[in-house]
Design a protein around this ligand. Structure first.
Ligand code: SF4
Length: 247
């Protein structure tokens, strides 16, 4: 399998050449269920005079993605403390961590709006886990689809601008009687076929290349995309090794 980097923005898009759907799905599942990260799992609330119940507050804290640098792998638990008095909008960045590298990945995430006179004091302990245990440990949103193939057989296309305007991801260029795919945008086609349904397959035909897969990973912030991918592959290798040892 050959891997190419297609895009590195909010999400990272890879092109997996010579990859089967089964393999792409195995990697997706390994990322979602097999990669270990840190998340808040145990909360001791010393004081809470806000209108939010302790249980809701604890559940909310558990869903804050916590940076899990690869260097802390294997280390024990970490403590995050919070002591605030209203009026104040309390954000994830207000949690004071016992380790400067194990901190909330999205500092601006709102935890609670404390009104005048309301106060909060708590300690939150992290634990290790993966998505198979709880979705809060899942490090990323992952998806894949076949690499698109767009064929425009005729050099002159009537109503090109109208056809291009129907594309929900704006990858078609339609000017006068000329229809084409914008440069470097082919991989963004979501294979919806809105263009083909309108104009007919003799004007624009949408299909896909079966051995090429576009693989998208959007990290929630616990780990970098590279670390997520590497950890998922290690998980898969361990599982395959375990199977081979049992055969
Ligand atoms: S199939 Fe959908 S996304 Fe792809 S070019 Fe046509 S309209 Fe755009």
């Amino acid at each position: 399998m050959k891997v190419e980097l297609l895009e590195e923005k909010t999400e990272t898009k890879l092109l997996l050449n010579g990859c089967s759907v089964a393999m792409a799905n195995a990697i997706r599942r390994a990322i979602i269920n097999g990669v270990y990260t840190l998340a808040i799992d145990d909360v001791t609330i010393y004081k809470n005079t806000s209108s939010m119940f302790d249980e809701v507050l604890a559940a909310r804290l558990g869903l804050i993605p916590i940076k899990t640098p690869i260097e802390v792998k294997g280390k024990g638990k970490f403590l995050l403390k919070l002591k605030e008095m209203g009026p104040k909008a309390v954000h994830a960045s207000d949690l004071v961590s016992s380790d400067k590298d194990v901190v909330p990945a999205i500092p601006e995430m709102l935890i609670i709006n404390l009104k005048d006179g309301e106060s909060l004091e708590l300690e939150a302990e992290t634990t290790w886990g993966n998505g198979a245990i709880h979705t809060k440990f899942t490090p990323a949103h992952v998806y894949y689809h076949f690499y698109p193939k767009i064929t425009i057989p005729n050099s002159s296309v009537k109503g090109a601008a109208k056809i291009a305007s129907l594309c929900p991801v704006d990858i078609l260029d339609g000017q006068k009687d000329s229809l084409s795919v914008k440069s470097g945008k082919l991989s963004e086609c979501i294979l919806c076929k809105a263009c083909e349904d309108y104009a007919g397959s003799d004007v624009i035909s949408i299909s896909s290349e079966k051995d090429k897969i576009v693989f998208g990973i959007e990290s929630w912030g616990q780990l970098s995309v590279k670390d997520i991918f590497n950890e998922a592959i290690s998980t898969l290798e361990e599982e395959v090794k375990e199977i081979s040892e049992k055969i």
